[in-house]
Design a protein around this ligand. Sequence first.
Ligand code: UDP
Length: 263
Amino acid sequence: MNKGKKLYEGKAKIIYQTNDKGLVIQHFKDDATAFNALKKANIEGKGVLNNRISEYLLNTLAQCGIETHLVKRLNMREQLIKQVEIIPVEFVIRNIATGSLTKRLGISEGTVLNKPLLEYYLKNDELDDPLISKEHIYSFEWANEQEIQAIDKMSLRINDILQGVFRGVGIKLIDFKLEYGRTWNKDKEVNEIILADEISPDTCRLWDIKTDKKLDKDRFRKDLGNLIEAYQDVARRLGIMPEEMNISEVNFGKTASIKFKKK
Ligand code: UDP
């Protein structure tokens, strides 16, 4: 597997070509951004932790029958993934009200929602990722009704599975963001929708069940500090990082060889 030229660089990840048609490499950077990149920082070790946590969560989902883009993790910062045509919508699933939902609609922080709330945001930095409705998605042909039906169903199933995974390790899944892509299924000869991007403390809100301590990117957004310690705590609780290991002991260079637990 040869790493080819850079195809795309986003805020937290880079995509590289490979010599294998249909497969690309997803590289996790240490860059953290918030408020549409108005706030930026480089947090050593974040990419390594997100790579590992996302690998674990996507593999868990795959075991439950969710089709994902992940082929395998290659090293500390990189994953081999299926190349997809990303649907230009961020799919947000909420269980408890916080963040933009409370600000936009005046819902009290921490309100437990009757049932998971699905929201759609257009992926467009220049417009600040505006909230959109399904009708906008259909009108402008960002995706069709059949695709959105399939995505809604998958998102709710993913929410059920992830809520269970996190509850089992003492964490509440407050809300999270998913991205999906289209890929050609050779066997079935149809375009199909699969889960893409990442699922990590960068894209989820995770609160400790007992104390409501934030174990996610809100530590950066709200200047709460100790972001890496919180992400490490998530990795440890999921059983993918040895108890005794501290991220400060890890060499993050290209040759780094942190031994994560095989699950
Ligand atoms: N989210 C994300 N990327 C985005 C916007 C949101 O991963 O560009 C995630 C965020 O981490 C949270 C959920 O989606 O878990 C809902 O975010 P919200 O709309 O409350 O955004 P806020 O403006 O408060 O970050």
